[in-house]
Design a protein around this ligand. Structure first.
Ligand SMILES: [Mn+2]
Length: 318
């Protein structure tokens, strides 16, 4: 472990059960495997969340990340997929699941569910560990959150949930209230979304109807088209200007604030430095993209610090 004051970091994007690709990425960054998991003599990894769902090796991915975090060789924040899985398996005081077991929610966690049902003890172990991970992180000179950094949301979570983690108690409370704390958590883990007018219908990648889409949380929407403000959506949006009565002010992340590393937006080749202090490291590995790491060097964000790894197919055992 590096003992110097200035730790250096590799910020690693969404994994979604692609453990083989993760191993290749870690090796190409100079991490070695050991009893205590992957480690680097001088660097630490920082995971932006979304370890579960979609890919073929959920348990293996959780094992790699957990070992690195437990042995102090990595930090990790939770993503919206961890939140969904935790809420799916957590019951409220009346015994009802916090996240309903309906078709839409079942479909979203299908891959995770299929692995989790094979070994319930392992499932419990990893769910318990996921509940210990922070919602957001501030490290030496930069910030990490799964989808978007919003000062007000961060302050509210700090005040209402000083542990900064998805404990059972916290989840039960916010899913019951569905109030401002819930909304603050959604903002951090799912990013800012724009609600479409009632007469416009959208469908997501699974064919489910959507009434909202992901938008740039660092730019004002006034005077822009529906498509201009879109960020990380796979579907087409109208290229005409948003009627002014539908526009509202959002708190914009200042260009002078600390750099923010985030994942979530499935950007494929567009992933990387978005602005002087914004970097999205989600290369959309589970959906035809790549896995991405940013080698933080305490300097200005630079696209040349990105490492991209193509998907590695799981080796089948004979
Ligand atoms: Mn996500």
């Amino acid at each position: 472990m590096n003992q110097s004051d200035e730790d250096v970091y590799d910020i690693i994007g969404d994994i979604h059960g692609e453990a083989e690709t993760l191993k290749k990425l870690l090796k190409s960054l100079g991490y070695n495997d050991s009893e205590e998991g992957f480690f680097h003599p001088e660097r630490k990894a920082v995971f932006v969340g979304d370890f579960v769902d979609r890919g073929p090796q959920i348990f293996e991915t959780l094992k790699i990340v957990k070992k690195m975090v437990t042995s102090n060789n990595a930090y990790a924040v939770v993503g919206n997929h961890e939140l969904n899985v935790l809420a799916y398996y957590t019951k409220d005081e009346d015994g009802a699941y916090l996240r309903d077991h309906n078709l839409k929610n079942k479909t979203q966690i299908k891959k995770t569910y299929e692995e989790f049902k094979i070994d319930k003890e392992k499932r419990k172990k990893y769910l318990k560990w996921l509940r210990t991970l922070p919602i957001f992180l501030e490290l030496d000179g930069f910030r990490v959150v799964h989808a978007s950094w919003d000062d007000k949301a961060v302050e509210l979570i700090r005040r209402e949930n000083p542990e900064n983690r998805l404990s059972k108690k916290f989840l039960r409370r916010i899913y019951f209230e569905r109030g401002e704390v819930f909304n603050a958590l959604m903002l951090l883990l799912k990013g800012r979304e724009f609600n479409m007018p009632d007469d416009m219908v959208l469908k997501d990648g699974y064919g489910f109807k959507r009434s909202a889409y992901r938008i740039k949380w660092w730019e004002p929407m006034q005077g822009k088209s529906f498509n201009d403000i879109s960020f990380g959506n796979k579907f087409k949006l109208p290229s005409y200007t948003i009627p002014i009565e539908l526009c509202y002010d959002i708190p914009l992340y200042p260009e002078s604030d600390l750099p923010v590393f985030f994942g979530h937006y499935c950007l494929n080749e567009k992933a990387g430095v978005i602005r002087n202090n914004l970097c999205c490291v989600d290369g959309c590995i589970a959906n035809g993209g790549v896995m991405i790491a940013y080698r933080w060097d305490n300097k200005k964000l630079d696209q040349s610090n990105l490492i991209r790894i193509e998907k590695v197919k799981k080796v089948e055992a004979f």
